[in-house]
Design a protein around this ligand. Structure first.
Ligand code: DGY
Length: 327
């Protein structure tokens, strides 16, 4: 019997490719080339499923050109590469990879917060450059994390993981803002207090962004929002590029309107706004918040489970548009 054809759009664990190859006729991208939209369409034609990593745009144009497509499975929790309404209209199932990365990503949010507040990378560069000739009383004096006010914008699973770490591990006063308020039991577990966005901006010593990217959250943090923050505050973005206006942030960091920032995601990544590369008070990492081997493996396996579950039994695990299943 002929196997159904699927495309794995980026390089991924060989174990996962081998697993999928047991069920499907798999086309891969062994050189891990970043395809143009035309190249993606060319490879997607005739495929019923696609394994994507979060960077491949699936929109009405792609869907119209690939009528055999039935499912696209992201190995990321974020799915701003999908035009979900267009996928639903085309009867194409969209799946993402939630939950399996929550704790790993929350760990990294905290690591970035700590590195930023305590100026870890800036001081390491200074040491490596041979500039450390004597100890001095205020050398790389940063800001405290323990006991400080932790602000969280976006209180989904990862936001809650960061809140728990802050409240229970570091005795922080946790405040948050979200589209909807958490149930009282969840607020109690996170020891988190719901506040308005303005109060969050004005009160946080450390503000962590964990909200999904959408047209509504585009530049949720720009010059006006940064102006409301404390001059001693730090800003951490582990959510998505585009949520922060990177040019406005770079200017604010240069002018010391806030103390520091830690960024794992960027507008137009992998390009980074050149001004961010010239300011010292920012910690920059290349979108690695979920990057531990077990977690990336779990994310890839969940995408594979969605492909196998849906294409062999009509049962995906984490559908974003389950209404497609009812047709
Ligand atoms: C996610 O899963 O959305 C992470 O940002 C990795 O892409």
């Amino acid at each position: 019997m002929n196997k159904s054809k699927i495309l794995i759009a980026r390089a991924v664990f060989p174990e996962v490719i081998a697993r999928l190859s047991q069920t499907f006729d798999v086309e891969t991208n062994p050189t891990d080339e970043i395809w143009t939209k035309a190249q993606l369409i060319e490879r997607l034609r005739g495929k019923v499923g696609a394994f994507t990593t979060g960077g491949e745009r699936i929109d009405a144009e792609v869907l119209a050109a690939c009528p055999d497509l039935k499912i696209v499975a992201n190995m990321s929790v974020g799915y701003n590469n999908f035009d979900v309404p267009a996928m639903t209209a085309a009867g194409v199932l969209a799946t993402n990879a939630p939950d399996v990365l929550t704790e790993t990503t929350a760990d990294f949010g905290f690591a970035l917060l700590m590195a930023t507040a305590r100026r870890v990378t800036e001081s390491e560069h200074y040491l490596r450059a041979g500039q450390w000739t004597k100890w001095s009383y205020d050398m790389f004096a940063g800001s405290d994390v323990h006991g400080a006010t932790l602000g969280i914008l976006g209180m989904g699973r990862i936001g809650q993981g960061i809140a728990r770490r802050g409240a229970h591990g570091f005795g922080m006063n946790v405040i948050y803002h979200n589209r909807s308020r958490l149930a009282p039991a969840l607020e109690a577990a996170c020891k988190a207090r719901y506040v308005s966005k303005d109060e969050l901006l004005q009160s946080a010593d450390h503000l962590v962004l964990v909200l999904p990217y959408s047209a509504e959250s585009h530049h949720a943090i720009g010059a006006a929002e940064i102006a409301k923050m404390k001059p001693t505050a730090t800003l951490i973005n582990i959510a998505r590029g585009g949520i922060v206006d990177d040019a406005a942030l770079a200017a604010a960091l240069r002018d010391k309107r806030i103390a520091a920032a830690g960024l794992d995601v960027f507008e137009g990544e992998p390009k980074v706004h050149p001004d961010l590369l010239t300011v010292p008070n920012v910690v920059l990492t290349p979108h690695i918040a979920s990057a531990t081997r077990p977690t990336r493996m779990a994310m890839a396996n969940l995408a594979a489970d969605n492909l196998v579950g849906f294409l062999t039994q009509g049962k995906p695990l984490t559908a974003l548009n389950p209404e497609v299943l009812k047709r």
